[in-house]
Write a new protein. Sequence first.
Length: 214
Amino acid sequence: METHAVNDRIMQHVSRRFRGYYPVVVDVETGGFNAATDALLEIAAVTLSTDEDGRWLIAGSISRHVQPFEGARLDPAALEFTGIDPGHPFRREIAVSEKVALQDVFKLVRQAMKAHACKRAILVGHNPSFDLGFLNAAVERAGIKRNPFHPFSTFDTVTLAGLAYGQTVLSRAVAAAGFEWDSGQAHSARYDADRTAELFCAVVNRWREFDGNC
């Protein structure tokens, strides 16, 4: 009985906090800046929850290496920046199509939404219009009809970190929030999504200290 009561409290904390929207941290790594023409190469998503007192924390995560869609552009400058080699044998062995990658991510997101009684997911990201643009473009190419994410609304950790810590660069904002930053692992979707999730939770929890109603 006590376990059910705790689960109910957690569900209520999450479902009520953002009007029934469920925040999911997403990061993508790409072959350029144009979502319509450039390859989606990595995608990661981090699901969130709270403890029984309402403090936000990381609940789960998923990441996929993605095969470039047919005809996709791969900008050498973008690949040098991310350090991704699309032709690396290991990567080619584990990479999946855009459709499979999105289906895997959306399955986790829907499970988390259901567990927290939320009606729709909302993407959290550092400059999230970039990530959402590539996600939406891949959804359209893959012909996926049910996208759990809001089509245009997002939570931007650039703005939130600027307000809370006076920092807008992800590495500096993460450090200001009290977390370690490993530049050697940066620019992988999974690492950046994990650090962005920690940052988002830290900001929301910090606000909660000022407003006990949240």
